[in-house]
Every structure is written in C-alpha cells, then in structure tokens.
Design a protein around this ligand. Structure first.
Ligand code: G3P
Length: 225
C-alpha cells in the first residue's frame, strides 16, 4: 500500500495564516518523517509563495486555474506552482466550486505535467459524473458540505456513502480520501475502516490549541497497516 495521505487545510483561518501556517508545515514535515505518512498543508493562497521557499514538498495548493504564464489576473497558473516546487493541488472544494468541464481541462493539463489533483466531490453522484467524463485524477476527496466545520465527521455521519465512494474510486483506480468534521482518533479509524486512504482536516487541527498533538495522533493512526 502507498503511504496514506493527511491534508491539513488552513483555509483562510487566522490561526492558519502567515507564521502559523509555517509552524503547521514544520509539524507536517516532522510527522511525515516520523510516521511515514504523506502530511501536506494547504496554506492560505497569499502565504503559499514564501512558504514554498522552505517547505515546497509539503505544500498542497488550495486551488489551481487553467491559465498559464501571461495575460491573466487573479488566477493561479499550474506552471507557476510547479516552478515553486509544488506539484499537487486541491480542486473543486465546496468553498470554491469549479465547473466540471474546467475540472476536466485541468485534469488533462495535470496529467501531461505530472501535477497531481485532489478533486473534492460533495456526493457519490458528483463522483460518478466526473468519472463518466474520464476524469481519473490522483485522488478524489469526499466532503459532504453540510458536515464541513461541524465537528460531526464524514466517517461517523456519512459512513455508508463513504463506503460507496471508496469502492467506486478503487474500481476506477483513484485514491479515495475523505474530509469534513474530523476531530478525533475514532473519526480517523472509521475513515480507514470505510476504505479511505487518507483524510482532510481543517478546523480540528488549525483551531486546536496545540495542533502538534492531533497531527501526531492522527498520523500515528494513518501509519498503521
Ligand atoms: O478541506 C477540509 C475541510 O473542508 C474540512 O473542514 O473544518 O470540517 O475539518 P473541517
């Protein structure tokens, strides 16, 4: 089995911005090394460049756009991320939805550049729609929007749907991940039980008084066979 993945999404939380994001990256780097799990941090976009100078191998961009270098304003070129040493991005997060035809274009662009996409979906139906368009990225992440930031985890409160999601991903040869409401060890254990190969967590880490604690506890669980 490949290393499991643990994505910490800073969103635009103040607690995950600037030097606080740098701290999370420091912890992510150590946990990746100590537990053999791929721990990645998605810093606020405005912080990405300066953090990439030190931690590019542990950064996942929060988003990417279809533009290249040149005449565009307010977009994130894939090429620029690659030049900064970042080869992976979230896409279609519930808080930043992307039309499916644009997702397909980005998927095709990513394939030719070895750029990995973690495409978020809100339901198994959305997953099916993207699979029917032959979009088979590095990973899909199931995040039911109503559970995001709720403290009620996807693995406990949407277990059946999660199971269908992971099975469908596996059939398609895509890594299944999940996120939303994950706050404790049991949530992580259940996610693995339902077939997830990794997790995405935001508030449960970023707003924790001592983020290192859950980072290490969750990494420890994700490292188990
Ligand atoms: O991308 C992960 C995120 O949407 C989950 O948020 O706060 O429920 O862990 P949260």
């Amino acid at each position: 089995m490949d290393r499991r993945i643990f994505i910490i999404n800073c969103k635009n939380y103040r607690e995950g911005s600037g030097e606080k994001a740098a701290k999370l990256l420091e912890y992510a780097e150590a946990a990746s090394h100590n537990f053999g799990v791929e721990v990645l941090v998605a810093p606020p976009l405005l912080d990405t460049y300066y953090l990439a100078r030190r931690y590019s191998g542990h950064i996942i961009s929060q988003a990417v756009d279809t533009v290249g270098y040149g005449s565009s304003t307010g977009h994130i070129p894939m090429e620029r991320l690659l030049d900064m040493g970042i080869d992976i991005s979230l896409l279609n997060h519930s808080e930043n939805r992307v039309p499916h035809n644009v997702i397909r274009d980005l998927y095709i662009a990513g394939e030719s550049r070895d750029f990995r996409l973690v495409i978020c979906v809100a339901s198994v139906e959305e997953l099916e729609e993207l699979l029917s368009m032959d979009v088979t990225p590095y990973a899909y992440a199931y995040e039911p929007p109503e559970l995001i930031g709720s403290g009620r985890s996807v693995s406990r409160y949407a277990g059946e749907e999660l199971q269908r999601f992971t099975e469908r991903c596996r059939e398609a040869g895509v890594k299944p991940l999940c996120g939303a409401g994950i706050t404790n060890e049991e949530d992580v254990e259940l996610a693995i039980e339902y077939g997830s190969e990794g997790i995405l967590v935001a508030s449960g880490i970023v707003k924790h008084p001592n983020p290192l604690e859950p980072i290490n506890r969750f990494s420890h669980i994700l490292a188990r066979d």
